[in-house]
Design a protein around this ligand. Structure first.
Ligand code: 9MR
Length: 334
């Protein structure tokens, strides 16, 4: 899957985002659909040219790596790790502990608490060890908090109580002491009940000596919703705890069809997101959740909405792409 000479690369007329980001000491990444990666040379070319970090959109999730108990399939994830190595990109591992995309063998059986603790421990050790040396940062625990700041009711919370979070981080560290270990969630971009709960959780984890190194703010935004204007202060308060921060899943959905006016608002949202990251030294990376409208989760999840990424369905750069590029040139990072 090497970048071939004949891979079609739409010309953006600009320096690649990854070069501009590197000058600002930031990683810029995208989620990757590995089936498209395998089949579409133009997709590979844009990914290689523009991004310095990749996140598997699905293929490192439990359901995909261990569809049957004890039967592991890392084929698709390994192909992304290989692509990243060939193109001098880092990999964000996503994700070890989540309530979603968990295999049926796990959710449908009635395991006891000690059994579930063992299963989770084994899963983390197995998967983290498999990728050891190839993962820059792991989303160890994904989406543990509800919008009102209470704990999300998951199989892990029910079995192990809130301690499951700290255990997961310790187990991940034991399996790969080099990787940066992240807590990741959505709707935590603004200061509010949910990000306050995340903040208290990180404080508590750190006070207990838990190896949590970073907080990921997903940033699934919509032009019809207000921009999270306290983003920068929020990033700063997490950074002040001594952890890294990252924008991990940025997209900005639009009510279809996209118009120049809607695309301009989207571009401004992307620019403001990236700008906030650039203004905070501890914000180490900025990742979009898919770089092309041809392959994005948004239209599947939100009826009538889409076009949430910086490249259109033909892999042509949109105003959002230009805005990211302009922000990367204009900002002097601390
Ligand atoms: O983009 C992913 C989509 O292809 C999957 O169907 C979906 C399953 O829930 O997960 C999507 O990715 C999610 C990510 O793993 C965690 N944060 C929210 C993302 C969008 O739903």
């Amino acid at each position: 899957m090497r970048y071939a000479e004949n891979d079609q690369m739409p010309s953006t007329g600009r320096a690649p985002l990854r070069d501009l980001a590197q000058a600002q000491h930031k990683l810029i990444g995208s989620a990757v659909d590995t089936s498209v990666l395998a089949s579409d040379a133009a997709y590979r070319a844009v990914l290689a040219r523009e991004f310095s970090s990749v996140t598997p959109e699905n293929v490192m999730k439990w359901q995909l790596v261990e569809p049957q108990r004890g039967v592991f399939d890392y084929t698709a994830a390994d192909s992304l790790v290989q692509f990243a190595r060939e193109h001098d990109q880092v990999v964000r591992g996503h994700t070890l502990v989540w309530h979603n995309q968990v295999p049926r063998w796990l959710t449908e059986a009635a395991f006891t608490t000690p059994e579930l603790a063992d299963i989770l421990h084994e899963h983390i050790l197995q998967e983290v060890a498999h990728f050891r040396g190839n993962i820059n940062a792991w989303d160890v625990v994904n989406e543990p908090v509800n919008d009102d700041g209470t704990w999300r009711d998951t199989i892990w919370l029910r079995a192990l109580g809130p301690d499951y979070v700290g255990l997961a981080f310790r187990w991940a560290q034991a399996a790969d002491p080099q990787a940066w270990l992240y807590l990741n969630d959505f709707n935590v971009e603004s200061i509010g009940p949910k990000s306050d709960a995340m903040y208290a959780l990180v404080q508590d984890l750190l006070a207990r000596g838990t190896p949590v190194h970073g907080v990921g703010l997903q940033a699934h935004l919509a032009i019809e919703l207000e921009f999270p204007s306290t983003l920068r202060q929020n990033l700063e308060r997490f950074a002040a705890l001594g952890v890294h921060v990252a924008i991990t899943e940025a997209d900005v959905r639009i009510p279809l069809p996209p118009t120049p006016a809607k695309l301009a608002i989207q571009a401004e949202y992307f620019a403001r997101l990236l700008q906030a990251c650039l203004e905070v030294r501890q914000c180490v990376s900025f990742t979009v959740w898919g770089f092309t409208d041809a392959h994005s989760w948004v239209p599947r999840a939100f009826a009538g909405q889409g076009a949430g990424t910086p490249f259109d369905e033909q892999l042509q750069p949109k105003p959002a792409y230009v805005a990211l590029s302009v922000v990367l040139r204009a900002t002097v990072s601390p």
